[in-house]
Write a protein that binds this ligand. Sequence first.
Ligand code: ATP
Ligand code: MG
Length: 452
Amino acid sequence: MKKYPVPTQIQEFASFFSRSGFSLYLVGGAIRDWALGLHNDDYDFATDATPEEVMTLFKKVIPTGIKHGTVTVIFKRQQYEVTTFRVDGDYADSRHPDSVSFVRSLEQDLARRDFTINALAVNAFTGDLTDLHHGLEDLENGIVRAIGNAGDRLKEDALRIVRACRFAGKLDFSIEADTFEAMKQLAPKLKAVSGERIHEELNRMLLSKRPSRAFELMHSSGVLAVLLPELEACAGVEQGGYHIHDVLTHSLLACDAAARSNFSMNVRYAALFHDMGKPQTRAGNPDEGYTFYKHEFISEKLAAGICERLKFSRADSDRILLLIRNHMFHYTEDWTDAAVRRFIKRVGVEALDDLFALHMADQEAIAGQCDIRTLGSLPQRINAIIAAGNALSIKDLAINGQDLISSGIPAGPHMGTILAALLDEVLDNPEKNTGRILLQLARIKYEALRNG
Ligand code: ATP
Ligand code: MG
C-alpha cells in the first residue's frame, strides 16, 4: 500500500504523541486529496489521547472545540487541529450531536465519518495508510458513497446530504445510487439544520473551480428546493431573446464564470442570486419575447431573505444586495460626465470593481466569454473623475451640516434634503462645489422648503 510522505515537522509533532504511548493520524481532506494527486495542506489530525492528555503534551494548547474533542496545538509556530477519536451521539435537532463520546480505537472513529473517501487515515509518524471502508477504491472510481447504511448516516446528520453534493461537485465524482436515493428522500430534513452550517458548506462549494456541478446535484436531488427555493424557482424559466439558457442554468454559469476569474465570494453569491427575481417578473410570450421589468429589485429582496436565513454578516449581505440591485446598467459612450458621476454615487466607489466583476461574469454566462472591454470607456472615465477629485458623495461637498447651521439653517429634517439637493447640483456641475455657491443654493432651497 502507498505510503504518505509525512513532512518532517509533522513527524516531529507526531513523535510527541508516540513517545507518551499515544497515536496520531492525519485524516480528512488532506489525505483524500493526496490520494487523488491533488494538493491540500489543510491538515486534520485524530488521536486516541483525550483533549486533557493532549494538553499535558504541549505548552500551548487552545481548547478551540473542546466540546467535540478538538484542540489547537501551537507547535514550533505552526497550528495543528487535533480531535480525539470519538463516536457521535444522536443529532436530535439535526444541528449538532447532542453528545460525543471519546473512544480509543481508530476503527470506531473512522466508522462515524460521512463518506468512504473521507475515512482514510495516515499514521502521522510512519506514513502508513489505513483504509477500512474501501475509500481508495471509491476514489479510483470517482464515487461518493456513505459509510454503512446511507439512510442511517444521512439521518444522523442531514448536512451530509449537502456535503455529498459538495464533494461530488468539487471532485467531479458521481454519487452512489443508494446514497443518492437516501439524499432525495431525506432532503426535507435539511430544514432543521442551522443556517450557519449550510452557509459554511455553500461557501466551500463556491470556492471550488466549478460550483455549478454541486448546485446541479442539489437541484436533481431536491436539496436546492429545500435550501434555496428562490433559486430552484428559476429552473425551466426560459428567457428567449439572446439567452439560450433558462434562468437557473444562466445563474450557475455566471457563478462558474465568477469562480473561474477568481472574483470574491460576494461576487460569486451575487452572480448566483442576481436573476432570482425573473420568474416573478416575466411578462410577454415566447414569440414576441419576454420582459423582466425591475427584476433586479425582486432578486435583491429574495437574496436579502436568504442572507438573513443563512446568517451572512451584515457587511457581506449589504455588498451582495448592492451588487444585485445595480447589476442592470447599460453603459453607452454617449453617457454624459454627469451620468457617470451619478452612476459612481449610486454604486459607491468602493463597490465598483465588484460590480464590474459581476457584469463580466453575467456577460460571460450569456456569450461564453467576456472581458473588461465590454465596459467600453466607462472604467477610464470613472478613473478620470475620481482623479479630478469631483464630489461623489455628501461628505465630499465643500460645506457640511455644521456650516449650514452657522448660516442660520436649523438642524432638522430639512438638513438632509438640502444636502442631497446640493450634491445633485454638484454632480451636474462640479464647478459649483465651493462654499460660497453652495451656501447660496442652500438658502434658496431652505426658503423653498419652508414655504411649502
Ligand atoms: P475539505 O478539503 O473541504 O476541508 P474535508 O474532508 O477535510 O474537506 P472537513 O469538513 O474539513 O472536510 O472535515 C474533515 C473530516 O471530518 C471529513 O473528511 C470527514 O471525515 C469528517 N467530517 C466532517 N464533517 C462531518 C459530518 N458532518 N459528518 C461526518 N463526518 C464529518
Ligand atoms: Mg478539512
